[in-house]
Design a protein around this ligand. Sequence first.
Ligand code: FAD
Ligand code: SIN
Length: 503
Amino acid sequence: MSRPTTDVLVIGSGIAGLAAALGAAREGASVTLATKATQPEGASTWWAQGGIAVARQAPEQFKEDIDVASSGTSDPAALDVLVQNADAAVRDVLIDTLGVGFDTTDDASFHFGREAAHSEARILHVDASTGRHIHEPFLAYLTDHDRVELLENTAAIDLLRADELVTGALLESDDTVFCQHAGATVLATGGIGALYSRSTNPAGATGDGIAMAARAGAATADMEFVQFHPTVCVADGDPFLVSEAVRGEGAVLRNAAGDRFMPAVHPDAELAPRDVVARAVQREHDRTGEVMLDVSSFDFGATFPDLTALCGEHGIDPSQGIPVVPAEHFLCGGVVVNTNGRTTHDGLYAVGECARTGVHGANRLASTSLLEGLVWGLRAGTEAAEHESTTRGDSSLEEAGSAPSEAFVGAAFDRLQRAMDEHVGLRRTPDGLVQALDDLRTLKTEVDAFAGAAAPRVVHELRSACAVALLVTEAAAENDVSVGCHYVMDNSEPSHGAGATAR
Ligand code: FAD
Ligand code: SIN
């Protein structure tokens, strides 16, 4: 079954997909926006806390901060694109088009927040729940747009292609599978949190776009650079992020003995780059049994009312300190794209967290992901609107396929997360990576036996997660240099857990 051809098919409805849809629609293209989410909370975008960084009057300093946080591995051309377009994109789309009410100061000018590794306050935010204040008006705006058709609860399960030309995707909704042919296809499927047992991402972050692109032969890169956020509260088993903006306001980290440990680890202490803080938090947690975020130096309730409420919902009294551990948060690598979001395959674009633009290199600076999704989304959407393909490609999936039991799927996700948690977390050893490769290859063979277009959505997600876990692990095994989020130790040191020795 086929739907009428659309000019641009966008897959995913986080900030990057929404920006791509807007960019294409503004060019007059017809846009089909397919998302497997059934509510905004299905995208990481909705959950974003600290905010969106802008360049203000100091673009060179902004670039420098991103590059320092990445340990000098970011791509200068990508940085130029991000920073040169930052303020105009935020003004045009978020403020003028969507009317996002970023927090202001008493004199009605914007309040700029500060986060780790930023040399100045440059982050626009709404309390510490910025994501939903951007995402909800953006979705509403496009839902009403006459060039955009939004298909919710609709998952892409494979790309349609003729050799290296991508011509749309195979979509599934309510167990019905159909072809959506398109002049151009934009992947905006977000991150890979489901590969780990502890992540800040919403469920459904199974790396589908990366898996589909890789299966089609498109290039991926920097897959070993998986970022762990240092301050995630897991007190009641339901993890929630405690924004870096809290440390930006002056909160400090203490171990079980009540001692601050970050000043001895890095000159910027709690405001060191995220990879450094995450490793130190894990080390102190392993060594002393607990790490607390001490917010007593400022009025936490008045400064972060939404986070205060969130703590309350989880039974945490912030005045007693907030218990934190690192958790998987963001993938710096992904599908290789150029400065317009074009992948190595004709007709295929990738934007947002599933894309590797080169901005983040080995480690991402806080509050630059929403910005990257916005800037690259607009650029990719604009270019995709001009891309025409008259060819009709096919999916590589067999139509039929037997379905595994629910128990098999649950156990397979457990095996996958165990391999990633133990061997491909914050700290890695060569032997651990070999073990993980072994486990994941065996698992992938078992899971791929159930490949078939008619398989339940969860089986496609499991296949994606296995394929992407292997990409991450292969990249990690091939890179023996510790840099940014990729931290390799001797085989003699234990690699299990998210922990790492701080540098
Ligand atoms: P997402 O927003 O994750 O959207 C992906 C979309 O793709 C979803 O709609 C999903 O349902 C859909 N999808 C996935 N697979 C398929 C498929 N097969 N078919 C169809 N649809 C599919 N960054 C910042 O810059 N500032 C912050 O303050 C910040 N805070 C954060 C706080 C949290 C708790 C988290 C989790 C992340 C935070 N980040 C922040 C990171 C940032 O939010 C994400 O990297 C960014 O929002 C990713 O946007 P995206 O559009 O690429 O993906
Ligand atoms: C946070 O608010 O700490 C998250 C910011 C980010 O991931 O960029």
